[in-house]
Design a protein around this ligand. Structure first.
Ligand code: HEM
Length: 432
């Protein structure tokens, strides 16, 4: 296993060695598109503001070639609350990677969804976030920064590594290869939730990654069965199985673990990687976040970080598919009927900048109302891991932001690199 000490303080010359190598059957190059189209898409995703403002004003629900994009706040909220007609399309991919069962984000509302949602929530109680996740993240991050001695890969060596370590300690996984584990989960997440065109390369990478990740979950379940008293997520799920074997077969435990890991490591890496890049680009935002960290105002620090992320969310918005003909914004001049089978991009990014609902949307304002945010989704599928994400990300940033003189490393090291669309490396300097 990658050692904490070497991982946190790799010298630039060692970076190449530290980057994950290809691993059994998993070809990382399948996620690296370098073509012009990929670069244009990445640029638009990063700088969507003028385009989306134009669409909201003049063409709020554009439709073309089997696609519809929803851009206004009210219409985005309406679409994401109408989960029956505007359905999640992720089920087949989730089932492929789970080798059988579905998980919540691939399911329509109903008794099966509700039961799985409840079972998942019951092993991730909210109290854990203040009692376990926050302190664990703070402790891990502080150690990594200490070992970094003033220089750290802020993404790979901190923002990805801390959630990976939490998967080991809190979930009860044994992860033999931490850097590759992150890449496998990223491939799985990209294929499940970011693959509306069914790219066969992405499918190949994700299927190989799934074959490497499932045994890690099976091993955690086997160890939890040998020690069901352990206080890990795997052991909590196994205890439920012991109490009621029919409700929690192994394959469901595994689906919950896979869902809550692929929802965690890739997503928190992307969210916090964007936050780091944004803070380093905006000294005034960084100063506000540092004030909050230094005065131990965790709530304000969280608000600074997630307000920054509003300017660069995970993606333009979630994908959906029309399960039946459905009219959006009925009774208004912009009403549009979307035909069954149409793919939808429900742009939560655009909604969060819609001045019809969000006051001074282009202003950085950590005090804005919770309802201004759709970073964690909206409606039925609102993020089940949001409280965990708030605790982990806030407490991972806190020890970094308490340091003086936090800045990008010079040259290429200080520029973010990515694995697929996910941040992978960004070296940061700080006073030790
Ligand atoms: C800052 C970090 C995170 C962000 C920005 C985020 C964002 C989101 C969004 C936008 C959705 C809705 C997707 C949709 O409607 O298609 C969602 C759902 C979900 N997230 Fe997160 N998430 C984060 C962290 C986490 C974590 C840490 C976990 C698990 C520990 C997690 C697990 C899930 C699951 C399982 C769902 C599906 C919920 C359902 O279908 O009812 N997420 N997340």
């Amino acid at each position: 296993m990658e050692n904490v000490a070497t991982f946190g303080r790799m010298a630039p010359a060692a970076e190449k060695q530290a980057a994950p190598a290809a691993s059994d059957g998993f070809d990382p190059s399948l996620l690296q598109s370098t073509g012009l189209t990929a670069r244009i898409v990445a640029w638009v995703v990063r700088h969507p503001f003028a385009l989306m403002a134009f669409a909201r004003r003049f063409w709020p629900i554009p439709t073309f070639k089997g696609w519809a994009i929803i851009t206004r706040y009210d219409d985005v909220a309406e679409a994401l609350q109408n989960d029956k007609a505007i359905a999640v399309p992720f089920g087949p991919q989730i089932k492929t990677l789970n080798d059988g069962p579905n998980f919540v984000l691939g399911m329509a509302d109903g008794p099966e969804y509700q039961a799985l949602h409840k079972a998942t929530m019951s092993v991730f109680p909210r109290e854990d976030n203040a009692a376990i996740i926050g302190p664990m993240a703070y402790h891990e991050a502080s150690n990594l920064l200490e070992l970094g001695e003033g220089r750290i890969d802020g993404v790979r060596g901190l923002l990805t590594l801390v959630p990976t370590r939490i998967c080991e300690k809190y979930y009860g996984l044994t992860i033999p290869d931490e850097p590759n584990f992150a890449r496998w989960t990223i491939a799985m997440s990209s294929y499940m939730f970011g693959n509306p065109s069914n790219d066969p390369k992405l499918e190949k990478a994700a299927v190989a990654a799934g074959a490497l990740v499932r045994p890690i979950m099976d091993d955690a379940i086997a160890r939890a069965k040998a020690n069901p008293e352990a206080d890990t997520i795997a052991a909590r799920l196994v205890s439920k199985q012991i109490a009621d074997p029919d409700s929690m077969p192994d394959e469901i435990i595994r689906a919950i673990l896979i869902g809550m890991v692929t929802g965690f490591v890739p997503t928190n890496t992307m969210a916090s990687g964007h936050m780091l890049d944004l803070l380093l680009d905006n000294p005034e935002w960084l100063a506000q976040a540092q004030d909050a960290a230094r005065s131990d105002d965790d709530d304000r620090l969280k608000r600074c970080l997630f307000e920054a992320m509003r300017f660069w969310p995970l993606n333009p918005g979630p994908f959906r598919v029309a399960a039946e003909d459905v009219t959006i914004a009925a009774g208004t001049r912009r009403a549009k009927t979307i035909r069954k089978g149409t793919k939808l991009l429900v742009s939560t990014q655009s909604a969060m900048f819609d001045p019809r609902r969000v006051e001074h949307p282009t202003r950085f304002d950590p005090d804005r109302k919770p309802v201004d945010y759709m970073l964690m989704g909206f409606g039925l599928h609102w993020c089940i891991g949001a409280p965990l994400a708030y605790a982990q990300i806030t407490q991972t940033f806190k020890p970094l932001l308490k340091r003086r003189n936090v800045r990008r490393a010079p040259g290429k090291d200080g520029k973010m690199t990515r694995f697929g669309p996910f941040p992978e490396s960004l070296w940061v300097l700080y006073d030790h």
